[in-house]
Write a protein that binds this ligand. Sequence first.
Ligand code: UN1
Length: 515
Amino acid sequence: MSTTILSDLDIFSDPRVTDAKAAGDGYIVSENPATGEAIAAVKLQSRANYDTAVEKAMRVQTQWRMLPAPKRGEIVRQIGNAFREHEQTLGELVTLEMGKIKAEGVGEIVECIDIADFAVGLSRQLYGLTMHSERPQHRMYEQWHPMGTIGIITAFNFPAAVWAWNAMVAAVCGNAMIWKPSLMTPLTAIAMTNIVHDVMQKQDVFRPSGCDPRDVFGLVIGTDGEVGEPMINDRRLPLISATGSCRMGRVVGQAVAGRLGRTLLELGGNNAIIVMPDADMELTVRGVLFGAVGTAGQRCTSTRRLFCHSSVVDDVVTRLRAAYKSVPIGDPLESGTLMGPLISADAVQQMTAALQTAQQQGCEILCGGVNGIARFADAGGHFVEPTIVRVPKGSDPDIAREETFAPILYVFEFDDLDAAMRQHNAVSQGLSSAIFTDSVRSAERFLSHGGSDCGIANVNIGTSGAEIGGAFGGEKDTGGGRESGSDSWKSYMRRQTCTINWGNDLPLAQGIEFG
Ligand code: UN1
């Protein structure tokens, strides 16, 4: 199976990919998390390779930025169509390498197509404002220029889409870019880049002189030491967009701030759903199930905490336990599977440790748990059972404030929405949130400025699965960045305020007389 996907996408002919067994030092082996088997080995790039990639990107960017934005959009349109052509195979590759089920793997490629379409439209809408000058015969306006060459660091859990959110928008904005993908998902990065490079080579809209159009979309696969650190400290890259843990974001944020560069950080979440007594129960259970079990709890938007009103908590828990029991766990490429493996043995270990801590902190495991993990001890892959943890009423265990990248759902009970909101907001992360209710008052209370403190707040929809059209990101330790839709494009451009005097006099602002 793996060989078919790789050869369909022509990855084996890529000089960066070799047979897994033949690889020695200087290679990273991409593993199938459902079997623990090696898929292929990928050559690690050195600091020198990184430098060359940046130089090439910077060289081509000086011509890319001169191409009118709608023409850049025309190329992104072709890229989106190329993603469409390979939608199924790319989705399968995401599944093979990362372990999310095929429907979600394909869904991720649909996100890439959607953001490409969005960026095509955007290429004709990079609007600036005009202002009325306080001075006679003066005109004032603002315009947006490309930043230059930017760095994009992505995580294993969305190995294609998060890059696409950044890359498609950054490209129409006139930037070149260097992508550093997770070392756990290098094959997806190679496949996406190969497809884009093929388009760049075949299109006839952008023919730069003396350099290669493919260099607009650079890819450097390497370690933090050889690629990550040089990248975040590189003054040639005015913007670093980074997706990953809060710990990683702190390192990136501090390094880039130290050189007064710009960051776009999309870090951890600790997303919660509040269930009110008037919630539609069937909707609620489906929303919670997708949020907490989808992608085996490995989305930054995964539902990790559930606050249920005391009048419905037992009903919700009973329904959820039944739903959890019927989740088919197994080969994510198999149709019918709803939950694949975690990414690595390490991730399973972290889930085990979190559950042990939860028990020590007085919580009760209602299903799944350490026994549910032990069940898969000989499975080869990194499988676990999705787990519901009941938190004793009135307590707020520390472990539930941490983001464990696994399908653990902590269930809390509340009597009063205001108290639930306080507890909801009392975590360091602030990405996504939701309320299930049929009451306009409760919904509006949740959405008011005293309500959810997250970047995403939903009503009668779970915490995950956002559309690309909105700005995506969150507050507090989630990093404050916004990417994907809405006006997130502004993060990839520099604003210039221009004032033009078309008169014969030189009046000064604020009425100052000078000389
Ligand atoms: C992530 O987990 O880093 O909203 C991104 C969602 C997806 C993106 C998640 N559209 O769940």
